[in-house]
Design a protein around this ligand. Structure first.
Ligand code: GUN
Ligand code: ZN
Length: 440
């Protein structure tokens, strides 16, 4: 039995601050987190938690730090690591010019595994512990990813891309092979350790109605698996869907008619939706991934967070690497604030840190396991360094309360703020050591 007591400032969320401002979070400036066998036993004020600590329990002190649940990235593409920051295009041209050629390499397990290892190292050094991840059309890409995640004990959700039209032939499957390959991967990976499977049609333009129907069949046959796709990211994409599916009422309908909507269905972007689509997402329990650095980078548009709130659709944050430009959820929060500013809305830092933790867990239907420090939750947590840079230390010394501190942390913070990342109660990343290793 391994147990440790972590001492330091502690913050976690209990609910959405938009719904219940006062009781939505718990903050302890002199806090403690008791972890045993990878699970949270207790979290709270140090003097209260102390009474529950067995004699001889090792104590880890975290000075000038803030402990939070590990960040959750609700939409990201691991095979796009090598094309982050590809210049000059909007979505559809960017896919043709940069994405498809790089994804072509993932039929080779060794290549996929090497990229998956680099990708997971990036997640950890940015404070992320769980993600909903696109593979490529190749089953090897998913085997490589889950092998790499299992080696690090990470809770990850991923799947093979389904794509049978409007893409280069070298990247296309067909409805039958997509069904067969996905089914094999579900049987091999879903529920194995911390892995879960997501049926992953790329988006409606690259899947025939027959292939979307095959995705729906998998969802019916394997309760508990996820649906992960893109929707309404870009105006030209929305028009294209109207041409490709002349009989549907709107974009969401192309997925709805295939039986793809449900509590474990996550749609990335959701920028250009009608009220009817928001309503239908809410009534079927679908979640949305808000990917602000990606939306700005590709010039896709501004995510209407207030609409999602108005209709009651759960939202998480996504980095959407490689259209997104940072692995850091702190940087993603910073971009999310600016995207809301451009719409005349002021995103509270309490809300945005909720989105990066408990909100993400809710979108992924993982609230029972992740998202905060309630007893019994899996002990994935990040240690944020409040003195990571001279500018940050100086600016934080002028903050008068938690609200200001969080906001400055997201405005000035990035991977330099991730002092440590702990997975199931074990140290998985240590920034100080990284520098020692690099200079060795
Ligand atoms: N829509 C379809 N495929 C993609 C992709 O790989 N990235 C983004 N951002 N949007 C998409
Ligand atoms: Zn994406």
């Amino acid at each position: 039995m391994t147990s440790r007591l972590h001492r330091g400032a502690l913050l976690h969320f209990l609910d959405d601050p938009t719904k219940t401002a006062e009781d939505s979070y718990a903050y302890f400036s002199n806090g403690a987190l008791l972890v045993e066998d990878g699970k949270v036993i207790a979290a709270g004020a140090a003097d209260e938690v102390q009474t529950q600590v067995p004699l001889g329990t090792p104590v880890v002190e975290h000075a000038d730090a803030l402990l939070m649940p590990g960040f959750i990235d609700t939409h990201v593409h691991y095979p796009q690591l090598d094309i982050v920051g590809a210049h000059g295009e909007q979505l559809l041209e960017w896919l043709e010019r940069y994405v498809f050629p790089t994804e072509a390499k993932f039929g080779d397990y060794a290549h996929a595994r090497a990229v998956a290892d680099r990708f997971l190292a990036e997640l950890l050094r940015n404070g992320t512990t769980t993600a909903l991840v696109f593979g490529t059309v190749h089953p090897e890409s998913v085997d490589a990813f889950f092998d790499a995640a299992a080696e690090r004990n990470l809770r990850m959700i991923a799947g093979k891309v389904m794509m049978d039209r409007n893409a280069p032939a070298y990247l296309c499957d067909d409805p039958e092979s997509a069904y067969r390959d996905s089914r094999r991967l579900i049987e091999r990976w879903h529920g194995k350790g911390r892995a879960s499977y997501a049926v992953t049609p790329r988006f409606a333009p690259t899947s025939s109605p027959a292939q979307l129907a095959a995705a729906g069949r998998l969802l019916r046959e394997f309760p508990g698996i996820y649906l992960h796709t893109h929707m309404s990211e870009n105006i030209s994409e929305v028009s294209w869907v109207r041409e490709l599916f002349p009989h549907v009422d709107h974009y969401l309908h192309s997925y709805d008619e295939a039986g793809l909507l449900g509590r474990r269905s996550v749609f990335a972007h959701c920028i250009h939706l009608s009220e009817e689509e928001w309503e239908r997402m809410a009534s079927t329990g679908c979640g949305a991934a808000f990917c602000p650095t990606s939306n700005l980078f590709l010039g896709s548009g501004l995510f209407p967070l207030r609409e999602a709130e108005r209709f009651g659709v759960e939202v998480g944050l996504g980095t959407d690497i490689g259209a997104g430009t940072s692995f850091s959820l702190l940087q993603t929060i910073d971009a999310a604030y600016k995207v809301q500013q451009l719409q005349g809305a002021s995103l509270s830092p309490l809300k945005s840190f909720y989105l990066a933790t408990l909100g993400g867990a809710r979108v992924l239907d993982l609230e029972d396991s992740l998202g905060n420090f309630l007893p019994g939750k899996e002990a994935d947590f990040v240690v944020l360094d409040l003195a990571a840079t001279p500018l940050l230390a100086n600016r934080l010394s002028h903050c008068e309360n938690l609200f200001e501190t969080l906001f400055v942390l997201s405005t000035l913070g990035d991977d330099r703020c991730i002092r440590e990342n702990w997975v199931l109660g074990e140290l998985a990343h240590e920034r100080h050591k990284e520098f020692v290793d690099l200079s060795a």
